[in-house]
Design a protein around this ligand. Structure first.
Ligand code: FAD
Ligand code: SF4
Length: 569
């Protein structure tokens, strides 16, 4: 083996696997605490600004007028193209499914949406950020699904403060106990139709609230980054750095310490485990381009390769002591996979504001916090836990003409005028943690780099299906209370994975017999390995999870460095 690093016997203080939202935070926190850190990223390098190659392109400048090459998408991107953000302008930030396969049961589709490049999905995310509360951290203990979280809100609250203060989250202070307020930048504004809907819902349904979305987009200059100018196509990258991404925020901070080494095109294959010391010694890497095998050594390893990516690495790191995957003495590694059931809700026309419009493309919507199963009075007997709604109001554009009869000059003139105000609200619900939803390594099939494929087994249960029914019915009822017209309740196709909030598979817990990680995201079995992405989640709540991953990552880094200083790692 031609291994430069082995010959040098260079041992980093820390190795971070992955450069997405959590990897960026781990690199920043570890380097700022003085650790010489190696970040390994399986994908290609991406430079902030210069590599946002479609950022300023008009539809007419794309080969397929930004409608995409249908044949290519079907042949090579059958899964990724199901994501709302995928298209001709963003394809380069999604994986090619053909080159990066995985398998699932034929009758249980799972849509695994991925971005393999420096920055990971931090370049693609919708940036919605909502804190969890003890309603969420106590949920498993309350109804018995899943094990109890080893932490409570008070343990993570200072870390929410910390990551929010750096990232820049705009939002309004509301005093909602189960959706705690954060360190917010000024909120974005609602438009007139949204204010109308807010007023009517809050009046007709006491206790329910409609608030502006909490979003990692700057409304004022912050940390050297510019405020958002409401241009709109965020998924193509943002040269202003107005939204939080690894490339705009955490990576520059980590680089500024002079302690970070980044190696792209480095697919972490497995963790090297030293049986005698009972510690991880480093990682095995396959160079994506040359397919050469390399080894890198580190005193502490942070797995931030995304939920399924990190679990794949652990499963692929079996040793005589851990025949079913590293740190898997509990046998639960790979199990309790969750996502959020969504794509159920309602739309309706809001009349009376035909003389009003808005300017710019606000990269944010509204949020209706959970109102089901908070207490005895809000109990829905059909399912456990609950959901929140995201949504927004806008005026229809010329595209409405596709579904209208008409022809000629008059028809075109009519379409030049803004159309009706339409409000949509859609639910994001909690997925119960279940043992039977799991991933394993395919015993036969490998990818072109020799990694066993992930085989995913995941389905919604009756609980999530009933919850989705309620999302549609309750959304329609709220729009009705607003006097909306032509209300359309919908429940669309929604395979697990498509919400892109995949979580669990290396859960945190109090008991090493039933969990992989302790209260600090540290493997019970191998103390110098930390997993701080969504794999660590013990339940899914119904809020978008990434801000919680960030807070857990920063907290785990702080803990790891303190333990190292005490000589305990
Ligand atoms: C369109 C879209 C909208 C979203 N909207 C929201 C939202 O509004 N709010 C929210 O909270 N979340 C949202 N998400 C989800 C959010 O993007 C993820 O939760 C978040 O990116 C997870 O961070 P991560 O670091 O775990 O993974 P990622 O950001 O996916 O980063 C993982 C990195 O690890 C690398 N990697 C994987 N395997 C290996 C390996 N073996 N070796 C080396 N490197 C590896 C990958 O290439 C990648 O760069 C959205 C996602 C998408 C795609
Ligand atoms: S809308 Fe704002 S955050 Fe999105 S790309 Fe434009 S400036 Fe950046």
């Amino acid at each position: 083996m031609n291994n430069f690093y082995l010959a040098q016997k260079k041992v980093y203080d820390a190795i971070v696997v992955g450069s997405g939202i959590t990897g960026g935070w781990a690199a920043k926190e570890l380097t700022e605490r003085g650790l010489k850190t190696l970040m390994l990223e399986r994908g290609r390098p991406v430079e902030h600004r210069t590599d946002y190659i479609t950022e300023d392109m008009g539809d007419w400048e794309f080969k397929f007028r930004n409608r995409g090459d249908r044949r290519l998408f079907e042949a090579e991107y059958p899964k990724q193209s199901q994501c709302y953000a995928f298209g001709e302008a963003t394809r380069h930030f999604f994986v090619n499914d053909k080159e990066n396969p995985y398998t699932h049961d034929p009758d249980k589709p799972f849509t695994w949406i991925r971005g393999y490049h420096l920055g990971g999905r931090s370049l693609l995310w919708g940036r919605q950020c909502y804190r969890w509360s003890d309603l969420d951290f106590e949920a498993n203990a309350r109804d018995g699904f899943g094990v109890d979280w080893p932490i409570r809100y008070k343990d993570i609250a200072p870390w929410y403060d910390y990551v929010e203060s750096f990232s820049g989250i705009s939002g309004s202070v509301e005093g909602i106990p189960h959706l705690p307020d954060g360190k917010f930048l000024p909120p974005m504004e609602m438009n007139c139709a949204e204010r109308h809907v807010k007023e009517h819902i809050e009046k007709a349904f006491p206790g329910r609230k409609l608030i502006i979305g909490r979003v990692a987009v700057l409304t004022v200059p912050h940390q050297g980054r510019e405020r958002c100018h409401y241009c709109g196509p965020c998924h193509r990258g943002c040269s202003a750095g107005a939204y939080f991404s690894t490339l705009s925020s955490t990576l520059p901070a980590a680089r500024a310490t002079g302690k970070l080494t980044v190696r792209c095109n480095s697919i972490v294959h497995s963790i090297i485990y030293d049986e005698k010391k009972d510690r991880a010694a480093g990682v095995r890497v396959i160079d994506r381009e040359t397919k050469e095998t390399l080894e890198f050594y580190g005193k502490v390893i942070f797995l931030c390769a995304s939920t399924l990516g990190s679990t794949q690495i652990l499963l692929n790191s079996s040793t005589p002591r851990f025949p079913n995957g590293l740190a898997n003495s509990s046998g639960v590694l790979g199990h309790y996979l969750m996502d959020h059931p969504y794509q159920a809700g309602a739309t309706g026309e809001i009349h009376g504001y035909e003389d009003k419009y808005y300017s710019g493309n606000r990269p944010n919507g509204i949020y209706i916090p959970r109102f089901r199963n908070l207490d005895a009075s809000s109990k829905n007997p059909n399912y456990l836990r609950g959901f929140g709604y995201q949504g927004g109001a806008s005026r229809e554009g010329w595209q409405r003409g596709i579904a209208m009869p008409g022809l000629g000059v008059e028809f075109k003139k009519q379409l030049r005028q803004p159309g009706q105000w339409v409000m949509w609200i859609g639910g994001w619900g909690e997925h119960l943690p279940r043992y039977e939803n799991y991933v394993e390594l395919d015993p036969v099939q490998k990818d072109q780099w020799g990694m066993p494929l992930l085989k995913i087994h995941c389905a919604w249960s009756d609980n999530e299906n009933k919850m989705r029914e309620d999302m549609a019915v309750s959304a329609a009822a709220m729009l009705e209370a607003c006097g909306a017209k032509n209300i359309n309740a919908f429940i669309s196709e929604n395979p697990p994975g498509l919400c892109i909030h995949e979580m669990g598979t290396a859960r945190m817990g109090r008991d090493p017999k039933t969990s992989v990680l302790n209260a600090f995201n540290q493997c019970h079995d191998v103390p110098n390995v930390f997993v701080t992405d969504g794999a660590a989640m013990t339940s899914s709540a119904c809020q978008n999870p990434s801000i919680t991953y960030m807070a857990l990552t920063a907290r785990a880094c702080d803990y790891a460095v303190k333990q190292m200083k005490r000589g305990k790692l």
